[in-house]
Write a protein that binds this ligand. Structure first.
Ligand code: 3Y8
Ligand code: NAP
Length: 248
């Protein structure tokens, strides 16, 4: 069988895998949801936008004779991962999840794990704080009930609609980020707290190192529980499994 991969992407690891399969001439399509205006260019075919639920994904996989489904989406892209799990079962296609391990605290870290963003918003309290809300654009409305804080936001694209928070400093930047610029960013804003998702990986961990250096507390949102799947954290491991599966 000639392999034909569908890589559900949007992460550093997905881009690394796309590069590896392109180098080996393995046919693959990388899929973006279409959340950002100019996603990173890829060395494989790209498709953008939702599939229309698990059923829509299964139809797309059949139409394009997908032989292997790789879920390389972000750990918090729970709906996409659930759909991938269901569509793989519907079509009898092998599914491999490519996901980086969660971050774990090092000596000197002041981390609090929280169940979800709503819990973080409630925990902020009445006294105004200066918060680096490093969660992107999609879920800012969760904090609309806490307008008294000064929020530092880092977004991939300039916001098109008015933001749901009255006191914001907006930084437009796409990662991966580095320690020096995150230290400068936190100092410039005078942040006294960071709220972020426990995304893992190297693309977004500079702010955690900066928080340690500045002695700032970090509230990390725990990852959602995903349906069970064969999971690897290294893009090269995906290829090793593919070769084993193809007997090559
Ligand atoms: C559209 C594709 C690559 C992938 C790069 C990684 C690293 C830079 C760090 C902070 C945290 C955050 C956010 C973040 C990072 C990488 C990676 C990563 C976090 C792009 C991308 C897409 C998205 C969607 C975007 C979300 C947002 C989340 C910003 C491309 C750049 C906060 C996640 O403003 C918005 O609308 C942003 C929306 C979804 C929020 C969220 O809900 O988590 N990612 N990010 C993907 C698609 O359309 O399918 O534009 O090139 C990918 C990357 N973002 O190949 O170089 O982690 O792999 N992305 C988080 O981790 O908390 C920023 O600011 O410190
Ligand atoms: P989500 O809530 O799990 O997905 C919501 C819907 O968006 C899905 O049901 C699907 O629509 C569509 N979708 C999501 N990912 C897709 C993909 N890769 N290709 C095609 N359609 C996709 O997802 P999310 O949290 O909004 O994340 C959206 C995208 O941004 C994902 O690709 C994710 O990897 C990326 N992201 C990256 C980071 C990062 O830090 N690297 C952080 C967050 C998100 P249908 O049901 O219609 O198919």
């Amino acid at each position: 069988m000639t392999p034909n991969l569908l890589i559900l992407g949007g992460t550093t690891e997905a881009s690394q895998l796309a590069r590896l399969v392109a180098e080996r001439g393995i046919r693959a399509t990388l899929s973006y949801a279409g959340r950002t205006e100019t996603p990173r260019a890829q060395p494989v075919a790209v498709r953008t936008g939702g599939f229309g639920g698990a059923e829509g994904l299964a139809v797309w996989m059949r139409q394009h004779q997908v032989t292997h489904l790789i879920d390389a989406t972000h750990p918090f892209a729970a709906q996409m991962s659930q759909n991938a799990h269901a569509a793989a079962a519907l079509t009898g296609t092998p599914l491999t999840r490519l996901m980086r391990p969660a971050w774990t605290p090092a000596p000197g870290d002041d981390w609090t794990g929280l169940a979800d963003l709503e819990t973080a918003a409630m925990r902020l309290g009445a006294a105004p704080r200066r918060v680096f809300l490093a969660i992107g654009r999609l879920h800012l409305a969760v904090f609309a009930g806490q307008p008294q804080h000064d929020y530092l936001l880092r977004l991939v694209d300039p916001p098109e609609a008015p933001l749901p928070l009255p006191r914001v400093t907006v930084e437009i930047a796409r990662g991966p980020f580095d320690l020096a610029s995150d230290l400068a960013l936190l100092r410039r804003h005078g942040s006294d707290l960071i709220i972020a998702k426990n995304s893992g990986g190297r693309g977004a961990d500079a702010k955690l190192e900066a928080a340690r250096a500045l002695g700032l507390p970090v509230w990390l949102i725990d990852r959602p529980v995903l349906p069970p799947a064969e999971t690897v954290s290294d893009p090269a491991e995906v290829l090793a499994r593919l070769h084993a599966d193809l007997g090559v």
